[in-house]
Design a protein. Sequence first.
Length: 327
Amino acid sequence: MTKDHKNRRIKWGIIGLGNIAHKFATDLLTIEDAELYAVASRSAKKASEFANQYEAKKYYNNYSEFAKDSGIDAVYIATPHAMHKENTLMCLKNGIAVLCEKPFAMNREEVNEMITIAKQNNVLLMEALWTYFLPHYQYILNLLKNEIYGKVTTLNANFGFFREYDTSSRLFNKSLGGGSLLDIGIYPIFAALSTLGLPKHIEADATYFENGTDASCDMIFTSNNSTAHLRSSLLEDLSTEAIFQCDSATLKINTQFHAPTTVSIIQNGKEENIDFNYNTIGYNFEVIHFNKLLRDGHTESDIMTFKFSQNLINTLDTVREIINLKY
Ligand SMILES: NC(=O)c1ccc[n+]([C@@H]2O[C@H](COP(=O)([O-])OP(=O)(O)OC[C@H]3O[C@@H](n4cnc5c(N)ncnc54)[C@H](OP(=O)(O)O)[C@@H]3O)[C@@H](O)[C@H]2O)c1
């Protein structure tokens, strides 16, 4: 039976209580028409501590019992990439709307299967690419769409930080989908696809850690009228900016471009800085959008569409084919 979400708070759940789950829960508590209702961990201790910290009513020490709880309206999946498909399918089949972390899954086949199951079950599914919903990013998209400063000729976007090689961390664990491309390279690629569309041609080159996860990845996306230079790295701190060279101005999303930040518009030697006065970590914006979709009975986002998620994973797959990165 379809749930009626119209006149009550959306009851959220979280699967996988790691680093990002804490940030998400912190921002969820700032949203009036939502509550953290249940959490699931593989560890009972972790689940009960997390539930206590963020005032969740229920906690589970395994994911499958959690998914059977008919009180849950929506789940945020915060497990490593390699678990996204399995965790998503389990929730969709139990009628729970799914907001699943990026990358949506490991490859295009997995993403297509998730979308098929969401459609079959008539349940809302969305990739949690939070950047799309951040006001500064929407501001830039609006400037570009309306060609306020003309067309974009070049995009330079990167995301990089130094992290000690440590295979106990999911970042470097190949079986969990580790490496720079899927974890952080997805953001510069997202910046290119959301502003320039799909490229006509892709060049890519990578360096590797000894276990075969990619340490860094350089990409050049070319279209008829624009070029995007993109880079991800776990070897060095990069500027983590996105700089759009337009016909009559340079638009700069300052560091870290994928998270709450400021925008600079540089034109005729003058620089204007725009501050968006963020007062949360930034995860509330995607949740507010998701809650509205759920209340309005939608099963797909009009911003983070299935088509966009499919383009994103197709592009990641293509880059992986070029750099010969196999999972
Ligand atoms: N949107 C963003 O800004 C952002 C930022 C960081 C990460 N992410 C994404 O969120 C996901 C999780 O990242 P994270 O940094 O939170 O990772 P993390 O700290 O390692 O947490 C992942 C959690 O997944 C669960 N898990 C299930 N199976 C696991 C396994 N075999 N090995 C390890 N953990 C397992 C664990 O929770 P339990 O022990 O509680 O079961 C673990 O704490 C990734 O897909 C990543 O791309 C997004």
